[in-house]
Structures are given as C-alpha cells and as structure tokens.
Design a protein around this ligand. Structure first.
Ligand SMILES: Cc1cc2nc3c(=O)[nH]c(=O)nc-3n(C[C@H](O)[C@H](O)[C@H](O)COP(=O)(O)OP(=O)(O)OC[C@H]3O[C@@H](n4cnc5c(N)ncnc54)[C@H](O)[C@@H]3O)c2cc1C
Length: 375
C-alpha cells in the first residue's frame, strides 16, 4: 500500500498520532497484535495526574486537560475524565518528600495540605497510624482509557486512515526518499514513518538500521480486590509517599500497585508472584482491609529514556523517521499533546502555540538531545 505516512504501533500513542496526521495525510497504522491496546495501553492505572513526572512531563500533561475535557465533536459519547482526587500520605520522616510534592501546586493543579482527620474522612480504610501528614490533589481524575483510545481510532478511520492488525513490521528499508515497511507479509511505502512501538521502539528503529535512544522498559504490577462490602466509588486515589505504593477505586473494586519499576526486555509482561505477595502484605498493613482473594492481576511496561522525558521528533540521523516513544508512566495523559506536537512539527515545523506557551521546546523532546545515549 502506498500512503503519505506509516505509523507503527496502535497503542494509545500511535493511535493518537495517526488520528492527528490523518487530518492532512493518508495514513496507515500497523499493529502486530490482533487488537490494538493489548500492551501498555490496556494495562494502565487510568489516572490523570498533573503533578506527576519531571517538569517537561508535568507541563505537557497540564496542556492535555482541555482536550480530554472538551474533545472534538463526535470523539466520544461519554466524559473522558471523571473527578477522583488523590490523597498522598506519609509519616513525619517523609516531610521532605511531602514538601517537594506540595511545592508543585499551581493554578489548576492545586495541592493542599489537609488534616489527618480529613484524610480519614476521605479514605476511611487507611490506618490512622500511617498518616502524620496528608496532601490532597483535587485535579487528579480517572481517565476513560478505552474511550480515548477508541476515539482516536474511530476519528482516524473517519479521516480515511487504514488500521492493519496482525501486521508485525519485520523489515524497514529506506529507498530514495521513501520508507518501505514489510508487515504481515505485505510491503507498504510512505515518505514518512512514525515509530510508536512502545517498549519495542528501539527494536523497530534497529530494523531500519537506525540507532536506538536507550529505551528501558520497566515492569509495573497491579491487582484488584473486593472491598468487603464497603463502597469505594467516592474514595480518592491513595498514595503512600515513602514507598510509592498506591490504591485507587476501579469499577467497584480497589486497584493497587506497588509502584514497581523493574527493567525488562520488551515482552507481554506478567506479574511476579513475589511482587503480588508483597503488595498484599502492604495493603493489609496500610489499610483495614483483609485480602481474601485477588480479583484480577496484571503487569505492564512503562518505557523510559535516560532523562525520563518522552521522545518525539524527526531523527536527525534518519530523515522522515519520527520517534514517539518513552512515554513512561504518563502515556495515556501524554497521548493528545504529543500527537499534536508531532503533527505540528511535521505539518508546520513548529509546536502548537499552547504547548510553546507551556514552556516546551522541541529540543526537550528531540530523539538526539544531549544526554540520551545513541544505542
Ligand atoms: C501499571 C501501569 C500503570 C500506568 N498508569 C498510567 C496512568 O495512570 N496514566 C497514564 O497516563 N499512563 C499510565 N501508564 C503508562 C501508559 O500505560 C503507557 O505510557 C502507554 O500505554 C504507552 O502507550 P504506547 O502506545 O506508547 O505503548 P503500547 O500500548 O505498548 O503500544 C505499542 C504497540 O506497538 C505494537 N508494536 C510493537 N512492535 C511492533 C511492530 N514491529 N509492528 C507492529 N506493531 C508493533 C505493540 O503490539 C503495541 O500494541 C501506566 C502503565 C502501567 C504498566
């Protein structure tokens, strides 16, 4: 197939980029799996957290709120963000960490210190002895990940885009000014190639003989449990700052994660029994719940480069090869702004004005920026 742009990877990053590019180009979106969203995108905690990550990530995420609150007409038939709020708690020994979080507070992404009593009113399952201080972030929201992902894919198709599943890109060649990609036994040709292959992004680059960016996929574990007859729907997300373990209501159950970040090769990540056992032990020490049965369990990969900022831009070493990788633990929130950045640079040679106004420069996202190894 001959198109204007090929996007490899139909997770939330590739779907968002394909949607944005399809406004002006004929786009082919290639996905190895039979269903888009099988890997990291379908395994997240689904939280919008505007004070989480480094300064570049926070600035980008804060620009994303307006897209998710007011998506284009017809994008989705339900709200994409739902108020949740997040409670971060710690002991007296965690003062420095709590103060550092509090310092991130700003207009639209406020963080307020609340009393222990108020914290327990909000999250009655927490054990009082674990809470010397507590911070509350009202702007943290649940994200409807499936609806956002489907919104991109549906909009992409409506703009004439083609999604090919079970289309594993196995060969990439540069021929004159075009990229030739072999996927699912077919050859596709385009002048522009976008690498949105999640944990596999360095491997995809290598197929084309292009150096990697030193991407490190890191496994994160999660489970859900019942709440012993208590209704968790109004509880906030709850994060113990000392160890990054967290809980959040999830469809009538409680989701928990130990906040682990274990380096892993790109793969279909699965939870380790030991991580699950340690997490259950923490739940029983930090809350009044007894974990009789784990209702569901999973793990997913969060992929980072050396400075923990995402990688988005054309590769100076390979013209028309675009990176959209390294979204870490923020890829759902970052999907809209990064896709808009990519389309802005590709179509007009500049980032969208609201993203520039947020202090983001293309150099902060560039795949060959100083500090990233050429792997
Ligand atoms: C436990 C956990 C909690 C998280 N919580 C949050 C959160 O609360 N908020 C948030 O914003 N983010 C969160 N994240 C991070 C978020 O899930 C990721 O950043 C995001 O899903 C990355 O999306 P992606 O499209 O880049 O990658 P993926 O969803 O992994 O998609 C990449 C796709 O590329 C395909 N692919 C790879 N190689 C090829 C090839 N050669 N040919 C064709 N296709 C290929 C893969 O099959 C895959 O479908 C969390 C992640 C985890 C694991």
């Amino acid at each position: 197939m001959r198109v204007d742009a090929i996007v490899i990877g139909a997770g939330i990053s590739g779907a968002a980029a394909a949607y944005a590019l399809a406004e002006r180009r004929r786009v082919l979106l290639l996905e190895r799996e039979s269903r888009p969203g099988y890997h990291s995108t379908g395994r997240s905690a689904a939280l919008y957290t505007p004070n989480y990550g480094n300064a570049t990530v926070c600035a980008l995420v804060r620009t994303a709120r307006s897209f998710f609150e007011t998506p284009p007409p017809g994008f989705a038939d339900q709200p994409l963000l739902r108020p949740r709020g997040a409670l971060t708690f710690g002991g007296v020994e965690d003062a420095a960490k709590l103060d550092a979080l509090l310092a991130l507070s700003g207009p639209g992404h406020e963080i307020v210190e609340i009393s222990t009593r108020r914290a327990l009113d909000l999250a009655p399952i927490l054990r009082p002895e674990r809470i010397a201080r507590a911070l509350f972030e009202p702007a943290v929201a649940d994200m409807e990940v499936a609806a956002i992902h489907q919104g991109y894919l549906k909009g992409f198709r409506a703009r004439g885009g083609v999604l090919a599943t079970e289309a594993d890109a196995t060969r990439i060649e540069r021929h004159r000014s075009e990229w030739r990609v072999t996927a699912g036994g077919e050859e596709h040709v385009a002048p522009m190639l976008v690498n949105a292959a999640g944990a596999w992004a360095d491997e995809v680059a290598a197929l084309g003989g292009i150096p990697g960016v030193g991407l490190v996929p890191k496994r994160r574990t999660a489970l859900t449990i019942e709440t012993e007859g208590q209704d968790p729907r109004g509880w906030p997300a709850m994060d113990e700052i000392a160890n990054d373990h967290y809980l959040k209501p999830d469809a009538g159950r409680l989701m928990a994660s130990p906040g682990d970040a274990t380096p892993s090769p790109p793969c279909d990540a699965q939870p380790e029994e030991l991580d699950l056992a340690l997490l259950v032990d923490w739940i029983e020490r930090a809350t009044t719940l007894r974990v009789g049965r784990i209702a569901s369990r999973w793990a997913g990969l969060r992929s980072f480069v050396a400075d923990d900022s995402p990688v988005m831009g054309e590769d100076a070493a390979a013209p028309s090869f675009w990176w959209l990788a390294g979204q870490g633990g923020y890829g759902i929130m970052l999907s809209a702004p990064l896709a808009r950045c990519l389309a802005g640079l590709a179509e007009e040679g500049r980032l969208p004005p609201d993203i520039v106004a947020a202090g983001i420069r293309p150099e902060a996202l560039d795949p060959r920026r100083p500090g990233l190894p050429i792997a």
